[in-house]
Design a protein around this ligand. Structure first.
Ligand SMILES: [Zn+2]
Length: 220
C-alpha cells in the first residue's frame, strides 16, 4: 500500500494543480492561481420546471476552460479531476447550506456498457467525493440506466426531450424512502437528465430531490 501510494504521488504529486499539472496547487482546492482565475463561480439556482426536482444548482460559468477540462474529465481518462470539480460543488453546497437539507447523495448513472467502456462514471466519482467530505451516505446502486441512449449534447431540441424517457429505474427504494436526496451530475445540458432521475426517485418514495452539477451549457 505504501509503495502504491508513493507511486501515486510520483505520478500525481499532491501539491500540483490538477488542471495544468504545472503550478503549485493551493491547499485542498487542487487548483493553482492562474487556473483559478479562469473559473467564475456563479452558485446558480436553476428552474428545471419539474414537480420532481425541489431545486437544482450549478457551481461555475461554462467557459472555454470549463468546457475543455470537463471534456478531459469525461472522455480523456482524466478521472482524477473529480477532486478539483468536487471541491467546486462543495463550495456551492456550503453557499446554500445544502448540507443541512439533504440526507443522501446520489448520482446520474451511466449505462453499464458505457461505463465499462469508459472505466468510470464521472458523476459517481464526484458523488463519492462529496459523500466522503460531507460524511453523508451514498446511494450506489439505487438508480440504474436501463436503456442505452444517445448523448444529450449530440441531439436536437426535440430529440433531447424524448431521448431519456423511461431510460432510468430506481430500485431498493427502502434505502431512500422518505429521504431528501442530492443528485449529482457533471453538466446540465437541458436539465432533462436530472428531471428524469428525479421523477423515478420521487415515484419510488424519495421525499425531495435536489440536483447539483459543476456547470451548465444552457442559459437559464
Ligand atoms: Zn493550474
Amino acid at each position: 500500500m505504501g509503495l502504491i501510494k508513493d507511486l501515486g504521488n510520483l505520478l500525481f504529486p499532491e501539491d500540483l494543480c490538477l488542471f495544468c499539472r504545472d503550478n503549485e496547487g493551493i491547499d485542498k482546492e487542487y487548483i493553482c492561481r492562474s487556473c483559478k482565475e479562469q473559473v467564475e463561480f456563479l452558485h446558480k439556482e436553476v428552474d428545471l420546471d419539474s414537480p420532481y426536482v425541489e431545486k437544482a444548482y450549478y457551481s461555475v460559468f461554462y467557459n472555454r476552460f470549463l468546457k475543455d477540462h470537463i471534456h478531459d474529465f469525461k472522455y480523456s481518462g482524466k478521472s482524477y479531476l473529480y477532486k478539483a470539480f468536487g471541491h467546486m460543488l462543495l463550495s456551492t453546497i456550503a453557499y446554500y447550506n445544502l448540507e443541512d437539507e439533504i440526507h443522501l447523495i446520489s448520482y446520474v448513472p451511466m449505462h453499464r456498457r458505457k461505463e465499462a467502456l469508459r472505466g468510470y462514471n464521472q458523476a459517481r466519482l464526484l458523488a463519492e467525493y462529496l459523500a466522503k467530505e460531507l460524511d453523508k451516505p451514498l446511494l450506489k446502486k439505487n438508480l440504474i440506466k436501463i436503456r442505452h441512449t444517445k448523448d444529450q449534447n449530440k441531439l436536437g431540441k426535440l430529440g433531447r426531450q424524448t431521448n431519456l424517457i423511461d431510460s432510468f429505474k430506481a430500485v431498493d427504494s427502502y434505502q431512500f424512502e422518505g429521504k431528501k436526496i442530492l443528485l449529482i451530475d457533471d453538466i446540465i445540458t437541458t436539465g432533462a437528465t436530472i428531471r428524469e432521475c428525479g421523477k423515478v426517485l420521487i415515484e419510488k418514495g424519495a421525499r425531495e430531490v435536489y440536483g447539483l452539477a459543476i456547470t451548465s451549457s444552457k442559459k437559464f
